[in-house]
Design a protein around this ligand. Sequence first.
Ligand code: ADP
Ligand code: MG
Ligand code: MG
Length: 878
Amino acid sequence: NKYVYDFEEGNATMKDLLGSKGANLSQMVQNGMPVPPGFIVTTKACVEFLEGESFLVDKIWPDIQKAILRMEAKTGKKWGSGPTPLLVSVRSGAPVSMPGMMDSVLNLGLNRDTLEYMAEASQNRRFALDSYRRLIQMFGEVVAGLSPDLFEKVLDEAKKKNNLLYDYQIPAQILEEIVAAYLHIYESHTHSSFPYDPWKQLKMALAAVFKSWNNPRAITYRNLHSIPHNLGTAVSIVSMVFGNLNEQCGTGVCFTRNPSDGSADLYGEFLINAQGEDVVAGVRTPIPISELRYMMADMFNQLVDITGSLERFYKDMQDVEFTIENRKLYILQTRSGKRSAEAAVRIAHDMVQENLIGKSEALTRVTPREAELLLHKQIGSQVDVPLVAEGLPASPGACSGMIVFSPEAAVQWNDEGKNVILVRPETSPDDIHGLAVAEGVVTSRGGMTSHAAVVARGMGKPCVSGCEELFIDVDEKVLYGESLILKEGDIITVDGSNGRVYAGEAPLVDAKITKELSVFLQWADEAASLEVWANADTPEDARRAREFGAKGIGLCRTEHMFMAQDRLPVMEHMIMAPDKESRLKDLELLKEMQKNDFADIFREMSGCPVIIRLLDPPLHEFLPKENVIRQQLFEMQREKESPAQKKKILEMEAVLKKIEMLKEINPMMGFRGCRLGILHPEIYEAQIRAIFEAALLVLGERKAVFPEIMIPLVGLSEEMEIFREMVDRIAEEYYKSTGIIVDYKVGSMIEVPHSVLVADKIAKVADFFSFGTNDLTQAVFAYSRDDAESKFLRAYLQKGILQENPFHTLDREGVGEMMRLCVKKARETRQNMSLGICGEHGGNPESIAFCHIIGLNYVSCSPFRIPVARLAAAQAAL
Ligand code: ADP
Ligand code: MG
Ligand code: MG
């Protein structure tokens, strides 16, 4: 039952108990690094405290008092008295790092008496006062819950009145006044005096930091990142070191690699004569770390050594906080650095090349969620909108949206369906709800490590920070650029990859796969047992799919080809055909068109299997909408009738009649899929011929072609037998006339529950199965895909009746069980049968993991999801 650990007693493996900050501080002490003495109150203490507050006083206070005494001995300073008073920070730190979401208080132990000792000992009254005013403000905010604005206002007015730009320029006399004003604010708002007794300060701060586990922004953050709410935060109590003494002091943050693009240089920022959060809060725009080399070479070299050794120890990119006090370097925190998705890939890739980690480890370093963000949009090469400002490329990717100046406006406008970009002088953790709904972020102050930048990278949103030439007037809702003035609602485009902000909407283009990503995904393919194929309907989709690494096409929907502008009239004509003869003429035309489409796709996918699904949707989808036609008819009938018009009207009336005929109550369960092919075999035959003729064409170009013909909506083996015979017969015909063998397959979609139950029989006549999990989910649940989500699914999810939307994440218990059964039955008949999935779930990481478990051969998804799917397939196999 130990609640308090000195740094010397902990190590990096104790994150659950000591929090990640505490565990890492302990580890650094173990590794002999310059960390100021300190101790940790455990997460367990926090959890118990939150259950009943007397715990703090009764149970752990004596341990804390003893720990402070040990700290006195280590530092040679005195708690609550002179000659050199001991000051401490009280710092939150959960098992999972939640940067900036909870609270910390610095400079505890100061009061009007210890202040005098501090001034005396440091020979620097200005410094002592600066530390005191920081304590009062932080204590006021964190412990008493006062608004930061109360204090900021006083500070800003004092600076304005005395013509000072920065905090560190404020002289001692004025700081005296500020401290007095701060104490007055504290007292008038809390109706109690600022606590004098350092023990009381410590106790109150500790309780407040425990409670900050449950502040709204921490809760939001945990929800956004799926962090459990019952972990609690540990609290590190650390003896203060001071970066705000003079010009030989400073504080900063650095990353061992660039967190935005992943390149391998020490990356970071610092401020001279500053303390604590000054750097991340974006109060002054900090100095790049590379400058430290020229300002304090000894400090820079030591920092490079220490951070390098931390990275080698943790085998991951580190985010390190440091403070320099009179040219002595202290390390105050290290953690795995948050990074953009791009940087995550680049770093994982480089660390394998550097022999720091192995390939399987590298594959776990990028989450599927990050992989989803990898294919960020980028601004095209032609930019013809004016540049508003340039800042730091803080989080990559590009986006356009309307300017909003507050997180509240961001939320409201987003609810109205608008894309917004949050534009702020700087952002604070309280803005997180606004950041969450914005497309991107622009700030005028703050560096690459500012709060906005860190959070944006975590969310994969473009961010440009530190646009110094922008003046942002939040109250008036106006943005002043160098030569442009923009208002709320105006559209801007943000390019977080190069730090530029444009007025208006710049055209965005799709991302390219970088060299590192391509190597990384290659490793994924080696580790995975599932292959990743693509759903692609056009040659362009196919080319993209191949570029992204698809090993085949798992679904080419032919109806999309019929929807093209030049084809729809022919299709309509075919449906309207009064007899078979004229229908065959239209089909001949359509066949030629499809043949060219297929040939182009075969060329793109040469050497890979291409699954083409025969016509699936009900025919009425190819006819004009009934109300449109009625409206047109109505208008035409009012006009004077010419013979030409008369003919047109007759035609339209015929279409209306046809629509009437095709109308069904449940079209999705009606006359569609292979049922069309049974009643109108000429349609399917034309498509099959188009496939064979295209294959022969491309084979003639000496390219390998592997067409696989897929029959939709099969429920009975009797259906499948008909198509098996049809395809084999046509194949034979082409073979006879050309002497060339086409290596084809015929398979069935599995999307009707009945097909699962007779899968062993269907497998006798099918070469492959592909799960159409959209329709299968619809049928298994009897939820209409088109209506359920807007009508009742949301309520089901809110009430917890369903944990996940089954159309997004494959339902393992029901639909998944059907799939498992089908796999078993299929392989009983045909041991090596190729089995895949081509529904939307094929690109969803959790669903992919399930496909791996039940032993499918491949998943097929839309081209842009291929990188995610390749990574998810690898992680499922690791
Ligand atoms: P967060 O988790 O929000 O980063 P921290 O507990 O790390 O909060 O502290 C906030 C800031 O105060 C950091 O910049 C940190 O480096 C600084 N800080 C914390 N403790 C000390 C200390 N003992 N001496 C000097 N600076 C400190
Ligand atoms: Mg903080
Ligand atoms: Mg910190």
